[in-house]
Design a protein around this ligand. Sequence first.
Ligand code: AMP
Length: 302
Amino acid sequence: MSLLVVGSVAFDAIESPYGKVDRIIGGAATYFAVAASFFTHVNLVGIVGQDFTQKDESIFHRRKIDTAGLERAAGKSFFWAGKYSQHLNERETLVTDLNVFANFNPRLPEKFRNSKHVFLANIAPDLQRGVLKQVKGKPKHVALDTMNYWIERTPGELRETLRHVDILMINDFETRQLSNEHNLLRASRRIFKMGPSTLVVKRGEYGAMLVDKQGVFCVPAFPLEEPHDPTGAGDSFAGGFMGYLASCGQSNDAALRRAMVFGSVLGSFAVEEFGPERLRKLKLAEIHARARHFLKLTQFKL
Ligand code: AMP
């Protein structure tokens, strides 16, 4: 089952207590696509500039990701720079140069229009809705990510888009901001009234929480001694989650729980090295070994 992702493909500059890179491939759609590609066929829609070479694009081709929807425009690719605090729990954005991303108007190649699984990464909510209008029929799962910028600046557009979304995947801060409610369970009830029937709250080093009408399921973050760079961890989580759901063809409670674990597994690998370098080298066997490790982490007897 193929999975469509629409979002940013970028160059990032990243600084953390573990080192610094001046220019590395990044973007939400990049992390998502690479993470999801371990489970299912991924169709990518995004935009890059002339500075994005065939060698840069090879990150997708090596994972057999279809880049027919990766538009090339005159100008530079989206550039983002960020710096992490000593304990990696705070991030300062230093630069956001939208460049060609400023004129992004996603167009789905004909062969992508039958997608049954769709992930709308963090872009303007009206563009996210525009993508859904191009998808034929009713997809099985539409998931969406967003950020404080859109929650604050285009709340009406975001509300309109959320009406067409099944799974909302945002962090705890965004959950509180969107719902105007501090408690995450009460927040989920408000969010369900906006359209989504499932809420996945990404909580960084505290793991992630899924809330739907069946109840609540929590997964920890994998304990790592030396995480290097949290950039893209949330997008990699979303890639593991959606990739698994698309591959298993089910959406019952057991499948959603496994999707949460695979999300956390992919997120944990993403932070082990700068940029998407660890994901580039990752093997499917390592993913399954870490998923088994999650069983040990969370099992107990009463
Ligand atoms: P995350 O760590 O999940 O926030 O994702 C980081 C990735 O998002 C980086 O690789 C950036 O290139 C990309 N990014 C940063 N700001 C934006 C933005 N405003 N819109 C879309 N993508 C962004």
